[in-house]
Write a protein that binds this ligand. Structure first.
Ligand SMILES: O=C(O)C1=C[C@@H](OP(=O)(O)O)[C@@H](O)[C@H](O)C1
Ligand SMILES: C=C(OP(=O)(O)O)C(=O)O
Length: 407
């Protein structure tokens, strides 16, 4: 399926009810299960990644398919390892290329028995769950924080708890702090000590919880604000003192002329027109914002140098290559060491005619590129429904600002 995007100037004011955070939703679902909570979670995400988490936690089979949801794959692998029984967990073809060895090795050290069904180091997995024994574990902190969050959440229910010492650079650290904060809501206090996270053996207590709106989803509206100086955008449900590291989108887009104003009604985005000459930014803490900011900078003619992108190659797709390919189709020549950086020096080739953007089964490719339609470009987005991974009503919401997708 394809969407051809047509843009017709429409609204001057829009109010957007953003989707709920899937990161918070998936943690709360696991913590609810671990605390045997009878309470319903308020404002749970309706994303594919959360729906699949709910489905697995409520299933009565022993074989689960989590599709493309990284958090579900990693969190459930840890969870199932400590539930007595034999379980099989698999995912999409891309999920079978996303590494999981670090988590499997850690769980094995705690006493779990896990087998690789196809390729060593990757899902699908066969898990023989049993009671686990805790203690001290050392594991790399520079591949995916999701392995660490997964271990943190099961730690209180393991004999002796866990002390996790992270080696290498710590990437996506705000997600670890989000995990700690939510565990605290459920009555368990873990602490940082240098590069170690210490979590005691303890009982979670069931609590009523609710989910904030998603700051990563908000980033596409910051992009839209940056490209539409006259548009007045109000975003609902975001928290100023958020658990989400992606709330740093405020700081990044300030460099691109967007001021964030909090009020009773929500978050207002104001375009001041004051953009920086060049944007240098280290995305080590906010990897999911990189695509939004790369596309915005190109469309605004702001050269950039981004670092801290080492996790992008193992996400829904190799996001560094995907950005180079697709921005290349629009005439922007990006450069990268194909490891952890990406830059654009401001040079652009003229392109004409239709621009067909491939999305590589990556929701963030579709969402970051769609606002290019505001620039009068004749845009086609391939496989547009990938957005349901995190933001199912994205295309509906875009209609409010005059971008109409037609099949
Ligand atoms: O814990 C989480 O909810 C997430 C952690 C990050 O992944 P990595 O830790 O693999 O960078 C992020 O990219 C992902 O979208 C959600
Ligand atoms: C990387 C992402 O998700 P996950 O790793 O949970 O699949 C994302 O949503 O951008």
């Amino acid at each position: 399926m394809q969407h051809t995007l047509q843009f017709e100037k429409k609204a001057e004011n829009v109010q957007v009810q953003l989707p709920a955070s899937k990161s918070i939703s998936n943690r709360l679902l696991l913590l609810n299960a671990l605390s045997y909570s009878p309470f319903e979670i308020k404002n749970l995400s309706d994303s594919d990644d959360t729906k699949v988490m709910l489905k697995v936690l409520n299933a009565d089979s022993n074989t689960f398919d989590v599709g493309a949801a990284g958090t579900s794959m990693r969190f459930l692998t840890a969870f199932l390892s400590k539930i007595v029984g034999e379980w099989v967990i698999t995912g999409s073809s891309r999920m079978k290329q996303r590494p999981i060895k670090i988590l499997v090795d850690a769980l094995t050290q705690l006493g779990a028995k896990i087998e690789y069904i196809e390729n060593e180091g990757y899902p699908p997995l066969r898990i023989y769950g049993s009671a686990l024994k805790g203690g001290d574990l050392e594991l790399p902190g520079n591949i995916s924080s999701q392995y660490i969050s997964a271990l943190m959440m099961i730690a209180p229910s393991i004999e002796n708890g866990l002390t996790l010492t992270l080696t290498g650079d710590i990437i996506s650290k705000p997600y670890l702090n989000m995990t700690l904060a939510l565990m605290k809501e459920f009555g368990v206090t873990g602490i940082w000590k240098g590069n170690s996270i210490i979590i005691p053996e303890a009982s979670y207590k069931p609590v009523k919880s609710s989910v904030e709106s998603d700051w990563s989803a908000a980033s596409y509206w910051y992009e839209i604000a940056a490209l539409n100086p006259e548009l007045n955008i109000n975003l609902k449900g975001l928290k100023r003192y958020s658990l989400q590291g992606d709330s740093n989108v405020q700081k990044i887009f300030k460099e691109l002329g967007i001021t964030t104003k909090f009020s009773q009604k929500g978050v207002q985005l104001i375009n001041t027109g004051n953009k920086c000459r060049k944007l240098n930014y280290d995305f080590i803490n906010e990897p999911d914002l990189a695509q939004t900011v790369a596309v915005t900078c190109c469309l605004m003619n702001v050269p950039f140098h981004f670092t801290g992108l080492q996790t992008l190659k193992i996400k829904e797709t190799d996001r560094i290559s995907a950005l180079i390919n697709e921005l290349g189709k629009m005439g922007y020549q990006l450069e990268s060491n194909q490891k952890d950086n990406l830059s654009w020096n401001g040079e652009k080739k003229e392109v004409s005619g239709k621009i067909e953007i491939d999305t590589y089964k990556d929701h963030r490719m579709a969402m970051a590129f769609a606002p290019a339609a505001f620039m009068g470009l004749d845009m086609i987005i391939n496989d547009p429904m990938v957005v349901t991974k995190s933001y199912p009503h994205y295309w509906e919401d875009l209609k409010m600002v005059g971008i109409t997708p037609t099949e």
